[in-house]
Design a protein around this ligand. Structure first.
Ligand SMILES: C[S@@+](CC[C@H](N)C(=O)[O-])C[C@H]1O[C@@H](n2cnc3c(N)ncnc32)[C@H](O)[C@@H]1O
Length: 235
């Protein structure tokens, strides 16, 4: 299994171009931001690729505490609406487990799973042959077509990276732009009883305010687990 890495630091490439007079200051700031995002995603790819190489199909690959907690989250996400016959995009699909859970409940699923980790997609594709899985980031998907009825994300914000809040907000905006009916995602809560250093915990009040700027019909559920919440934003 291959692990994909960047050859050079993305920041040093941008800095070199600035020093040689190829960029003005505004462009430097924009490119540094892009480079940071690229680097963040790369560190996630490395982390999840390594997990899959070590644990394959085991729940430890996707870094959830247990199958039970993973399913509790799927249940909360799926309550956004009736998914029968609807088009679904699962951002950060991991091993395809959300598809496995949905297919037992909906007979006419139109599902696409994407993940930035090629190793995850490799295992998801072998777990569910014929299902559409693709190695890509949500940021690479085009705004125009196809739009999906519902866009989901489970667990993609867990692992802390630099400028995490920006990453979370940009991802949510992009998911919302790709949806026709709405989006549902989960994130760990700052109201948790304990916090792990390497994980990110969002403030639910802050998140609710941010989501209400995107769409006026928002539900934030903080009722199904003590350290986690799920948000639905409808179009
Ligand atoms: C905690 S795992 C959860 C996997 C799956 N959703 C589940 O609940 O079993 C998070 C997954 O999100 C993927 N991921 C993180 N950020 C992403 C992004 N911006 N676009 C696509 N996938 C992403 C990771 O590679 C990883 O496979």
């Amino acid at each position: 299994m291959t692990t994909h890495r960047l050859d050079t630091s993305p920041w040093s490439t941008v800095r070199k171009r600035f020093k040689t007079g190829l960029l003005d200051k505004d462009k430097l700031v924009r490119l540094m931001r892009q480079a940071t995002e690229q680097y963040q995603v790369q560190s996630l790819i490395d982390f999840y690729n390594r997990n899959v190489e070590k644990y394959r199909d085991d729940i430890r690959s996707v870094a959830w505490g247990s199958r039970k907690s993973q399913k509790t989250r799927f249940e909360a996400l799926s309550r956004i609406g009736n998914l029968e016959g609807r088009t679904i995009l699962d951002v950060g699909c991991g091993l395809g487990d959300f598809y496995g859970w949905l297919k037992d409940r909906y007979s006419r699923l139109r599902y696409t799973g994407i993940d930035i980790s090629p190793s995850m997609i490799e295992v998801a594709s072998s777990n569910y042959p014929g299902v559409k899985f693709e190695t890509t980031s949500v940021f690479e998907l085009q705004r125009m077509k196809p739009l999906y009825d519902y866009v989901f994300a489970s667990g993609i914000f867990n692992r802390r990276i630099p400028r995490h809040k920006c990453f979370v907000r940009d991802t949510i905006k992009k998911m919302f732009a790709l949806s026709k009916s709405g989006i549902a995602f989960n994130i760990m809560s700052r109201k948790a009883d304990f916090m792990e250093k390497k994980e990110y915990y969002a403030d639910p009040g802050d998140m609710l305010n941010f989501c209400l700027d995107l769409g006026r019909k928002v539900i934030l559920r903080h009722d199904y687990m003590p350290h986690d919440f799920t948000v639905y934003i409808y179009k």
